[in-house]
Design a protein. Structure first.
Length: 169
């Protein structure tokens, strides 16, 4: 993301996709074990966009052999939340953040590995900065789209609107 600070050995030697997935796995293992159980991976991370994949496995599917709606919700949470975590980490200041509200539209069944895309990185970065500057809690909506590229291309299987809440410590 930001290039303001020197790169660590870890950042220099480990490719970004693997590095981001390892950081997500560490965070999920230590903070939210359910996410670790679902085995998410970061497929793409830029300043504007985060794409997280949740594989369709025995752990994540329902009786219809599609992604369980709880796994769909977790994927939406992770794609938006990881963008926020990266922004907060770059600020080198501690924050509290959570999701206050969750709205979902399930359009089709997710019958293979599902990709969750949040393209609101700049908005999240602005709100993190606002929370730092004002010291007040900032609430704002973020959009996430779920797709199954192997079966449906870029056609969404679900859309989500999450209300993110951030406050600087």
């Amino acid at each position: 993301m930001s290039q303001d600070r020197p790169k660590s050995v870890f950042e220099e030697w480990v490719p970004p996709k693997i590095r981001n997935t390892l950081l997500l796995k560490f965070f999920s293992f230590t903070q939210v074990p359910l996410l670790f159980f679902l085995r998410p991976s970061v497929e793409e991370l830029t300043e504007e966009r985060c794409v997280v994949k949740i594989p369709l496995t025995r752990r994540s599917k329902n009786h219809l052999n599609s992604l369980y709606f709880g796994a769909l919700a977790a994927g939406a949470d992770v794609s938006a939340g990881y963008l926020a975590l990266v922004c907060m980490r770059e600020q080198r200041k501690r924050y509290h953040f959570a999701f206050k509200d969750f709205k979902a539209s399930f359009l089709k069944r997710a019958e293979d590995d599902t990709f969750f895309t949040c393209e609101e990185g700049h908005k999240i970065a602005q709100k993190v900065e606002e929370a730092r500057r004002t010291g007040e809690r900032v609430n704002f909506p973020v959009q996430v789209t779920a797709t199954v590229p192997s079966l449906l291309g870029s056609e969404p299987v679900a859309t989500f609107e999450l209300t993110m809440s951030i406050k600087a410590k």
